[in-house]
Design a protein around this ligand. Structure first.
Ligand code: FMN
Length: 196
């Protein structure tokens, strides 16, 4: 894989303070997903906001994963993962998979329904969208790894409002589902963003 690393004069490479960067990133609203890894009893997963599409043809996406996370070794071992895009019905799922409450591995999956598609990785039955992915490439950089996933299959479920994370809060994002109020562009009119 080609990569371009810009060499910056050490004198100019002051960087920004960790707290400044962390605080700034809180302004970046992100859709909340759970990345699931492993198969059978050897499963785990983690809450993420770093999912983004890479290309449509072929269907690929990227997610950045902390290499200290318990999901990382399983992702590398099995070479597959799921991306489960959460709705507001899954706030509790988001919290369990963020490690809150001290649950780990298969314990995080309790209380929700999971299905398999092609790869065998567990996918959340009611997710807004569940992407079944095969690892295509990994770039290990600093504390994290950028994982490129080839989408093998996907499953679309409900039209529930999306779960969004912004300024350290979970928010619900919905639009007006009444087609008569669609804007001139034909796109749905954002209706509400509220804290849950
Ligand atoms: C809203 C939210 C978004 C997160 N996004 C990411 C992410 O994109 N990448 C990541 O590595 N960790 C992310 N995390 C942290 C992981 O969910 C958390 O570190 C992990 O589940 C706990 O690791 P463990 O499995 O080792 O307990 C996020 C946490 C929250 C609450």
């Amino acid at each position: 894989m080609n990569s371009i690393v810009r060499r910056i004069d050490e004198g100019l490479r002051q960087g920004v303070a960790v707290d400044d960067f962390r605080g700034a990133m809180r302004d970046l609203a992100g859709g909340v997903s759970v990345v699931t890894v492993g198969r059978g009893d050897e499963i785990s997963g983690m809450t993420v906001t770093s999912v983004s599409s890479l290309s449509v043809e072929p269907a690929t996406l990227i997610v950045s994963i902390n290499r200290q996370a318990s999901s990382w070794p399983l992702l590398k071992k099995h070479g597959v993962f799921g991306v489960n895009v959460l709705s507001i019905e899954h706030r509790d799922v988001a919290e369990r998979f963020s490690g809150a409450g001290g649950l780990s591995g298969a314990e995080r999956f309790a209380g929700a329904e999971w299905v398999n598609l092609v790869s065998g990785v567990p996918l959340l039955a009611g997710a807004l969208v569940a992407f079944d992915c095969e690892v295509e490439h990994v770039v290990e950089r600093h504390s994290h790894a950028i994982v490129i996933g080839r989408v093998l299959d996907l499953r679309i479920s409900t039209g529930a409002p999306a779960l969004v994370y912004w300024q350290r809060q979970y928010l619900a994002l919905d639009h007006d589902r009444d087609s008569s109020t669609r804007s001139e562009t034909g796109l749905p009119t954002p209706k509400a963003l509220w804290q849950i």
